[in-house]
Design a protein around this ligand. Structure first.
Ligand SMILES: Cc1ncc(COP(=O)(O)O)c(C=O)c1O
Length: 398
């Protein structure tokens, strides 16, 4: 029976032990024992399917992987220790010297670092393009390309890539299409339904949703996961700890509820910002004046809990005003994390994206007056009142 997403979040992927526990069991063990040496031999030769060692697999991790695969509509999933471990595994397991990667240039700082500083050291060519422009994809894909990578919406300016159109270009030369779906979550956007091959998550974000543990996930076809991802993870060790997997399973129980409520709160914050005389620009996928509003509506069920905005300020005062705004907040916490139940705010130009060159920041719109907020689950009136007070205080001595 095909269950609704809310039911799957609670029940999918269950493995119950002989004790018939209601809550998913936590197997906090690194190893497993064999009754005989023959059993150990058969297990290593994969003639007998069982758990050998938690770097290779663990029942709690398997519950998480089964649940995530079901939610995403993917054939298989491998969980990793962090989102970056997932990104690095995807690249290093698939690419070799001489291969070419094309990526949307609106990227999270560490993804940008892997693409521009690490992959070229291994003889892998990387081209970064304007991911929102389909002609740029068309042009870049005229050259033989092994893998495409993009975030949609992107961090921090919520730039949207047209998944379906990029996939149709990629399929002409069997390029692997990898989507970083962190901002959208599996609740709001399913890249596999638009033809993407691989989806990755930083489970640290909304999947945990309560700021407790790190984790990542890679989702795709069973053949890809078995033949490419499994041997890489088993032998190089970016595996997730069973404890973190267990916390993430608990996070999934409430993922849909949180995303719905936090998106609702985010839209109310956008409504407030739109009317504020202190704000210049708003980036939010389901905001009617967002330049990619119709594409965002097509791809995403709702706008999500992340939004960015620019504070009005003279050129030489942009950073000062932004810092003053952040320092005057009393409820919303300054933090580069996101997807938490607590509202978190950051100044991307000096934190998450500080390593980008001035030129790259300019192209991506990461200006000194840009603020990114991950809207939480607090009462939205309190969130708005905190923003309002801090904006007014920061505008004294314009
Ligand atoms: C869009 C995006 N991708 C990947 C990551 C990396 O995830 P992690 O911090 O779990 O390694 C992040 C983290 O902020 C992110 O925002």
């Amino acid at each position: 029976m095909n269950k609704k997403i809310s039911t799957d979040l609670i029940h999918a992927g269950k493995i119950r032990t002989e004790f018939m526990e209601t809550s998913e069991p936590l197997f906090l063990t690194s190893g497993f024992v064999y009754n005989t040496a023959e059993e150990a031999e058969a297990s290593f030769k994969e003639k007998k399917k069982r758990f050998l060692y938690s770097r290779f697999g663990n029942p709690t991790i398997e519950i998480l992987q089964n649940k995530l695969a079901k939610l995403e509509g993917a054939e298989a999933c491998w969980a990793t220790s962090t989102g970056m471990a997932a990104v690095f595994t995807i690249f290093m397991s698939y690419l070799k010297k001489g291969d070419r990667v094309v990526a949307g240039r609106a990227l999270f700082g560490s993804c940008h670092h892997i693409l521009t500083s690490i992959l070229p050291r291994f003889g892998i060519e990387v081209e970064l393009i304007d991911g929102s422009d389909i002609e740029s994809w068309e042009k870049a894909l005229k050259k033989k390309t092994k893998l495409i990578f993009f975030e949609t919406p992107s961090n921090p300016c919520l730039e949207i890539v047209d998944i379906e159109n990029v996939v149709s270009l990629a399929k002409k030369q069997k390029t692997l299409v990898v989507v970083d779906n962190v901002f959208a979550t599996p609740i709001l956007q399913k890249p596999i339904e638009f033809g993407a091959d691989v989806v990755m998550y930083s489970a640290t974000k909304h999947i945990d949703g309560q700021g407790r543990v790190m984790g990542g996930a890679i989702l795709g076809k069973k053949k890809y996961c078995d033949e490419i991802i499994k041997p890489f993870i088993r032998n190089t060790g970016p595996s997730i700890s069973p404890f973190n997997a267990w916390v993430l399973i608990k996070g999934l129980d409430t993922l849909e509820l949180r995303i719905k409520k936090q998106s609702e709160n985010a839209k109310k914050v956008v409504n407030y910002l739109e009317k504020s005389e202190h704000i210049d620009k708003i980036y939010y996928p389901h905001y009617k004046n967002f330049n990619q509003f119709s594409l965002a509506k097509k791809q995403m069920k709702d706008g999500g809990n992340l939004l960015s905005f620019e504070i009005k300020a003279k050129k030489e005062k942009k950073k000062e005003k932004s810092f003053s705004f952040l320092n005057n907040l009393s409820l919303i916490n300054i933090s580069n994390n996101l997807g938490d139940t607590k509202s978190l705010i950051t100044h991307p130009e000096t934190t998450t994206h500080h390593r980008l060159s001035q030129m790259e920041k300019k192209v991506l719109g990461i200006n000194k007056n840009l603020i990114r907020i991950s809207v939480g689950l607090e009462d939205v009136d309190d969130i708005i009142s905190d923003i309002d007070k801090a904006l007014k205080k920061s505008m004294v001595n314009k």
